[in-house]
Ligand binder design. Structure first.
Ligand code: SF4
Length: 345
C-alpha cells in the first residue's frame, strides 16, 4: 500500500508537476524564501515577489544586512508582514549562529523565527533530502481523503496521525518531490469542495472516493467570523505633504499608515492640535485573517502643523518610498492624486 501510494504520486508528479520559478533548486536559502512567501499567498503572486527579492537579496548575507524598512518595502502588497520581519530575523540568525549556512536539521530549522513545522519540513525535505513530511492544507486534504480520516483535522491528536501517516508513506529517496507532489495534487486535483477524482493517481486507493464523502473532508470546526473594526482614516495634507506614521504594534507593525482613529475626525484633529475641515473621501474595506477594517476616508487640509508633527509629513516621492500596506491602498490613491495636484509640474 505505502509503496504504491508514493510511487503513484511520484509518477504523476513527474508528468504533471507545476513549472514554478522557485522549483528545481536545492539552495536552502531559496527554498526557505519561497516557502515563507507561499504561506497565505497565492503561487502566482508569490512568484513575482520571489524573483524581485532574489534580485535584491541574492543570498542570506545580503538579506541579513538589509534595513528592516527596505525588506518591508519589498514585501509591500504580500500581506502578513510579520513574515517579512521574521524573514530578516531568521537571516540574521543564520548568519550569526550558523555562519551563513542553513542547518540541515529539522529541529534547528524550526527554531528560526517564522519557521513552523510545515516550513521546516519543506526546507529539510526539498533542500536537504530529509524524509520530513510537510503537512500544509493541501497535504491535509489529500491525506484525510485518501486515508479516510473523519475527525477534526485541527485537533493535535489528528495532526499527529496525519504526520505519522505521511511519515510512513514518504519515500527516503525523493522526500522533497513527494511533498511537492502532494502539494500539487492538492492544489490542482484534490481541490477543496469537489475534487477531480477521475484525474487523480490515487483514485483506486482513496477511502473517501470509495465512500463518496470527498466533499465533506477534511473536517474542520466552523471558523468564527472576523471581527469588524470601524476606522476613520484621516488623510492629513499640509502643503505638498501628507501625514504618515509607522504602526508601533499589532497588525501592520512597522508599516506606514495614515492617521487611523475610531473617534470622530473632529476629535482626532483636536487631539493633534490641528485645525481643518474633514471632507469625506469615500470608503474602503480590508480583510485580515481575524479582522475586517471598514474604513471611512477623510481629507483634511491643514494650514500649519505643530513643530513636533512636521517630521511625520511626507512628499509624494517620499510616501512612495515608504512601506505602506495594502490596507491603505484606497487612502494612498486619494493622497497620491491630491499630492500630484500640489506638486509643481
Ligand atoms: S480520489 Fe478524489 S478525493 Fe481521493 S485523493 Fe484523489 S482527488 Fe482526492
Amino acid at each position: 500500500m505505502e509503496q504504491s501510494f508514493s510511487q503513484l504520486v511520484l509518477d504523476w508528479y513527474d508528468r504533471n508537476k507545476r513549472v514554478l520559478s522557485f522549483r528545481g533548486t536545492k539552495d536552502p536559502y531559496r527554498v526557505w524564501l519561497s516557502e515563507i512567501m507561499l504561506q497565505q499567498t497565492r503561487t502566482v503572486t508569490a512568484e513575482g515577489y520571489y524573483e524581485r527579492f532574489l534580485r535584491r537579496f541574492p543570498d542570506v548575507r545580503s538579506l541579513a544586512e538589509a534595513p528592516e524598512e527596505e525588506v518591508l518595502k519589498l514585501w509591500e502588497g504580500l500581506g502578513y508582514y510579520s513574515r517579512a520581519r521574521n524573514l530578516l530575523k531568521a537571516a540574521r540568525v543564520v548568519m550569526e549562529q550558523y555562519g551563513s549556512r542553513f542547518p540541515a536539521d529539522v529541529s534547528l530549522l524550526r527554531r528560526l523565527p517564522g519557521v513552523g513545522p510545515y516550513t521546516a519540513a519543506a526546507v529539510a525535505s526539498i533542500a536537504f533530502g530529509l524524509p520530513e513530511p510537510a503537512i500544509d492544507g493541501n497535504l491535509t486534504r489529500v491525506l484525510a481523503r485518501t486515508q479516510g480520516i473523519r475527525e477534526d483535522v485541527t485537533l493535535p491528536s489528528v495532526q499527529k496521525r496525519l504526520t505519522d501517516t505521511a511519515r510512513s508513506l514518504i519515500p527516503s529517496d525523493r522526500p522533497g518531490d513527494f511533498n511537492q507532489a502532494l502539494m500539487d495534487l492538492g492544489a490542482g486535483v484534490c481541490v477543496p469542495g469537489t475534487p477531480e477524482c477521475e484525474n487523480c493517481p490515487l483514485r483506486d486507493l482513496c477511502d473517501a472516493r470509495a465512500a463518496g464523502d470527498m466533499e465533506q473532508l477534511p473536517l474542520q470546526p466552523q471558523k468564527a467570523p472576523p471581527k469588524v473594526i470601524r476606522l476613520n482614516v484621516l488623510i492629513l495634507l499640509w502643503e505638498d505633504r501628507v501625514y504618515l506614521t509607522p504602526r508601533k504594534e499589532g497588525l501592520l507593525n512597522g508599516l506606514y499608515v495614515f492617521y487611523l482613529t475610531e473617534d470622530a475626525p473632529s476629535a482626532a484633529l483636536r487631539r493633534l492640535h490641528l485645525s481643518a475641515h474633514a471632507g469625506e473621501a469615500g470608503n474602503a474595506r480590508h480583510v485580515f485573517t481575524h479582522r475586517v477594517w471598514e474604513m471611512k476616508l477623510y481629507v483634511c487640509r491643514v494650514q500649519s502643523v505643530p513643530k513636533e508633527l512636521e517630521p511625520c509629513f511626507y512628499t509624494l516621492d517620499e510616501m512612495n518610498a515608504l512601506p505602506v500596506p495594502t490596507a491603505m491602498r484606497a487612502a494612498k490613491a486619494v493622497a497620491s492624486d491630491l499630492l500630484r495636484g500640489e506638486t509643481p509640474a
